[in-house]
Design a protein around this ligand. Sequence first.
Ligand code: ATP
Ligand code: MG
Length: 326
Amino acid sequence: MYKITTIPGDGIGKEVMKPTIEILETLNTQFEFIHKPAGAECYKEYGTNLPEDTIETTKKTDSTLFGAVTSIPQQKSAIVTLRRILDLYVNQRPIKSYTNPDINFTIIRENSEGLYSHLEVENPEKQEVSAYRKITYKGCERISEYAFNYAKKTGHKKVTASHKADLLPLTDGIFKDEFYKVATKYPQIKAEDYYIDTTAMYLITRPQDFDVIVTTNLFGDILSDEAGGLLGSLGLIPSANIGSNNGLFEPVHGSAPDIAGLNKANPIAMILSASLMLEFLNLTDEALKLQNAVYKVIDENKVKTPDMGGHSNTQQMADAILHKIE
Ligand code: ATP
Ligand code: MG
């Protein structure tokens, strides 16, 4: 039995979670889902956007499916807190276009250090503020190890490190060195590196050259959104947050208040996030079945939600995918 925490959250988070659970139940009967609250509605009811009980449950279960939450100014971000508490140091975003076969790669972003280490300091005397970019040997090693291992497990051929080691010889120097050290353990996988600015350009001009990209926190944040832009709709992009003992899977989009309650949300990003969870749980066959079902529906080009230029609703899209599962 796999125990899964589900946090539907707010807005369309709830609307895309429901059909995703139905699909998972069809694929495999070995799931027990434990529903827990978080987000803005949760804050109204319980006075916190992330109850202790929700946190404890995510720690105990095999993984977590997260819909989306509306952020509230008086509370820290629920998802950022969960990433920190569960030490989810990997942020993974597969970028696969259904219309352009050249666009098919995965970005693996280090998610626990770098410029987002919350180390900002003020020096009022000098009228100066600064932000530290913390990089550790261990952090670089484990993210490189994850990237190569993921490439090996899923049949990818190449891992590209993206950095700025010419201008940041210490921090990105370590990142690059650790990357190539880990690479020696995976002789069957090609290792290469580019500067971050070059990578950003090549994502647009020659996306077919990329397979798996690994990078530090800030660079990964920017590349991920750039790559997301290649796909058009936010409703298609899944993501995984992974640590040594835990994984949290969520669509890249937010709670989309503008379309919430209208049954218009595209559930594909959430459904593909669930397929990443299946990969994480080593349910590889089920993951492939689910991904293939999604690709077939998109390929047929008949059932489309409004963000894809069609008129189908959330449930119709989910049903179409369900019918394609063999
Ligand atoms: P939040 O503050 O929760 O992030 P947001 O207003 O930033 O909400 P997003 O969810 O980030 O909204 O979405 C940005 C835009 O993309 C919105 O116009 C939204 O309607 C659209 N969008 C996002 N997700 C989907 C989806 N699954 N299906 C269709 N459209 C979507
Ligand atoms: Mg948003």
